[in-house]
Design a protein around this ligand. Structure first.
Ligand SMILES: Cc1cc2nc3c(=O)[nH]c(=O)nc-3n(C[C@H](O)[C@H](O)[C@H](O)COP(=O)(O)O)c2cc1C
Length: 188
């Protein structure tokens, strides 16, 4: 693990929440702070934002799948080991359920299971989804597994309802990530 932001590598996961449209701004903010950002999109994430936008703002090819048409293997184990932080923003309810249960049907979850660096999830969903006992059970499991959870903010939601479920602001996400990174640097 390295100390300068310019040498730090972040895996930035984007999943199928409506808040994924904000992901390019978050990636841009990490890039402005000199992090090397590798974006990984889930199949759901691809419906809300595009690989082209995310590769443009990150400066790296976006990883979407463990399989590709050229028969190339993306080495998720090496990528996970080389990274200083895995952050998933937004994290969908589906993503939380897969992580809490060790499912590994997408590149992002293979990276999660291989990661030895700190892991952050920033869930974003409608208020009743967030309150649902199954989602809260999965969150509790992830906390027990050592995952850092940046709780959703409260306010207006894409559904038209109001409550807790919004993806926090870009500055709050980057500040949380830098806090976790400095905690882990102090611990090592
Ligand atoms: C318009 C629309 C908005 C959605 N917004 C959210 C959301 O904000 N949070 C969430 O957890 N799921 C949301 N979903 C459901 C997810 O997209 C769905 O569970 C998907 O399978 C998640 O994909 P992923 O697991 O590949 O990330 C939404 C679905 C639709 C059609």
């Amino acid at each position: 693990m390295t100390n300068k932001a310019s040498n730090k590598k972040i895996i930035f996961g984007v999943t199928g929440s409506i808040a994924a449209y904000k992901a390019p701004s978050i990636v841009r903010s990490f890039k402005q702070k000199d992090y090397d950002v590798q974006v990984v999109l889930t199949s759901g994430g691809c419906r809300f934002t595009t690989p082209l936008t995310l590769s443009t703002v990150s400066g790296n090819t976006v990883l979407k799948s463990m399989w590709d048409d050229q028969g190339t293997w993306h080495n998720h184990v090496r990528l996970a080991k080389e990274s200083d932080l895995l952050i998933i923003a937004p994290a969908s309810a589906n993503c939380l359920a897969k992580m809490a249960n060790g499912l590994c049907d997408e590149m992002l979850y293979a990276l999660y299971l291989s990661a030895t660096c700190p892991v952050i999830v920033a869930p974003a969903m409608d208020l009743d989804m967030w309150k649902h006992s199954s989602v809260q059970r999965n969150i509790a499991q992830l906390v027990q597994d050592g995952v850092y959870v940046l709780e959703p903010a409260t306010g207006f939601l894409a559904s038209g309802l109001e409550g807790q479920g919004r993806l926090p602001d870009v500055e709050d996400i980057t500040a949380f990530a830098e806090d976790v990174l400095s905690q882990s640097a102090q611990a090592s």
